[in-house]
Design a protein around this ligand. Sequence first.
Ligand SMILES: Cc1ncc(COP(=O)(O)O)c(C=O)c1O
Length: 360
Amino acid sequence: MPPQIVRSDYMHWAKTLQSAPYNLGNSGLSACPLACLPVRLEDLELSGPSFYGWPPLQSALAAHLQVPQNCLVQSIGTSLANHLAMAALLEPGDDVLIEAPAYELLVTTAGYFRVNVRRFQRPAALNFQIDWESLEAGLTPRTKLVVLTNLHNPSSALLSPESIRRAAALAARVGATLLIDEVYFDAAFDCTPHTSFGLADNILVTSSLTKVYGLSGIRCGWILAQPELAERLWRLNDLFGVIPAHAAERLSVVVLQHFIRVADRARGILNPNREALNAFLASRTDLDSTPLTAGTVTFPRVRSGRVTELCEILRRKYDTTVVPGHFFERPDHIRIGIGRDPVETTEGLRRLGLALDEVR
Ligand SMILES: Cc1ncc(COP(=O)(O)O)c(C=O)c1O
């Protein structure tokens, strides 16, 4: 087979062009500073007995997530968790059924494994819930994996446990696993149900502390899988990560010991920003949207359809970024993130309004 060129245009954009004084492009929270945590130098060490996870972190995470420890596989963020899950479950030529619109990396990563990527729809007209007909129609006898996000990126739509069970049951009909990326799940806050892991035997969950808590730098991620698969994932990780970065594991334990601090900080940012966003959306007749009830992002349609021009003016004239919808396969939409501090977010929304006025 010829070597394939694999790359993510979205990730490249996010790393090189998203940054701006008023950044509404990021889906995560602004970085949580070290000063937010009572870290002592003696809490840290450079290396330690961390082979298949550092036992103190394994047990702290299992307790935090309320899952059995033998179902928990640590990973370097949700990104590697998704990669590992696909590496463990897919072979070239298999079919994978992925939601649309989707976080581009899920599709690109599946493509990297030379599988046939099929899609099922989560239409704006259904508030980005699952179009069940399209999910059923997308399944084939070769489908090994069905992939969705909960909360949904880019819309933040929350799927109910009933919807998750139904998706898992449909996947099970063809012997497929349901991969649920829960990286934004905790941003549902008060209505956050327990992780979907365990709702059915063929569910595998990936997640991390990176996005919702502004803790991207410590890469504390995980996979939840049935024990036999979890064991396979650990062994497969010997080929990828070998061992975790131990200092980051130690910092992750400190975070879990003082979790209330990072959770309160996240709420303190997202709650006022969600109010500001909903007031902004209600004031705009040029955006098709519903109020945001959970999550860090929303995905309105721009009625004029002039998204490229809008994003260009927004960046050049108003120092503000949003994600152009084409990165999520919906070129007439934009994704607006509300994870930066409330002053920056409110001002970014005001500037977005000015740019929208210009392209109307
Ligand atoms: C759906 C989804 N999964 C995974 C990731 C990456 O998460 P992490 O930073 O934990 O690797 C992102 C980042 O934007 C995402 O949107």
